[in-house]
Design a protein around this ligand. Structure first.
Ligand code: R5P
Length: 296
């Protein structure tokens, strides 16, 4: 196996290659003056199983094109098998038709990547498991979870027994995964979303967090609206300390400032989306999954 250093995830890809002692294939990439993407694999992939590590956070469209181009370049240059390691899988939130006239974006992406030559997919905390079903049946697909790693970060910081909160019922499985590491209580808020405006509203009925240290766990933090709303409710309910952890810290615009202004003491994310809040690396998780794939 060889690890292709996707331009969006070079550091993560290098860490994975070091952990598994797998050789790397560097990638030359650039954008043409008109915005089109160019990539070239700078290594021999003949007869190799290559794992392309490339997250697809913003600018997601060009990162998806780079991923497709790297897969096609691998196959064009003789790779036997291509596994895409895509920690943050863009468009997974549009996994069904919510309103008339829409398309199922993740299905379109799946077709595009399949045509480009990808045979297998490893992703991390995909937003909806349903999105996974849009990828070709013959692909090997793995959806890893980084929630235990995030919870371990807090245990190491001395927050064992903290309350694990999910911002909505659908994310309760995330809070439960965190709870199994933190060994405290877990619960969720209720969240409603207006499909036309995107506006959300939350309530904390029945939650008892008075005096507790609460960590809000989510798969994605995008605009931060969900965490800001949750933090306000937690403060009203008397929580002593509020932290937040997510797998994919997109942190669009002033999300970070708004979250901290809402009284959240720390934001912790993984290197799925590399930034200064990427305090937990996905490398051990992905390295283990690739090892299993290699020996399987
Ligand atoms: C939604 O269901 C997701 O799990 C996240 O809660 C959401 O994507 C976060 O978005 P934002 O940060 O914009 O509220």
């Amino acid at each position: 196996m060889k690890i292709v250093l996707g331009p969006a995830s070079v550091e993560l890809a290098k860490k994975i290659s070091e952990l598994n002692s797998i050789p790397i294939v560097p990638v030359a990439s650039k954008s043409f003056p008109d915005g089109e993407s160019y990539i070239r694999l700078e290594g021999n992939v003949q007869n190799e199983h290559v794992a392309i590590v490339q997250t697809t956070c913003a600018p997601q469209d060009s990162r998806l094109m780079q991923l497709a181009f790297m897969a096609a370049a691998a196959k064009t240059n003789g790779a036997r098998r291509v596994t895409a390691v895509v920690p943050y899988l863009a468009y997974a939130r549009q996994d069904k038709l919510f309103l008339q006239g829409e398309n199922i974006s993740i299905k379109t992406i799946a077709h595009m990547l399949g045509e480009a030559g990808i045979d297998a997919l490893i992703t991390v905390n995909i937003h909806q498991k349903n999105a996974f079903e849009m990828f070709p049946k013959q692909w090997t697909k793995k959806n890893l979870t980084a929630i235990p790693l995030l919870a371990e970060y807090f245990v190491k910081r001395g927050y064992a027994k903290a309350f694990a909160l999910a911002p909505d019922k659908g994310a309760m499985y995330i809070a439960e995964q965190a709870q199994s590491v933190l060994q405290g209580e877990a619960g969720h808020l209720e969240k409603q979303r207006d499909r036309y405006t995107g506006q959300t509203s939350q309530t904390g009925k029945g939650l008892n967090v008075k005096g507790q240290t609460v960590i809000i766990f989510d798969d994605i933090i995008s605009t931060g609206g969900t965490i800001v709303g949750a933090a306000k409710i937690l403060k009203e309910l008397g929580a002593a300390h509020v932290y937040t952890a997510c797998v994919h810290g997109l942190l669009i615009g002033d999300a970070e400032k708004r979250i901290l202004d809402a009284g959240v003491e720390e934001i912790v994310a993984t290197d799925s989306v590399p930034s200064h809040v990427s305090k937990v690396s996905l490398a051990p998780l992905i390295a283990k999954a690739l090892k299993a794939l290699k020996s399987g």
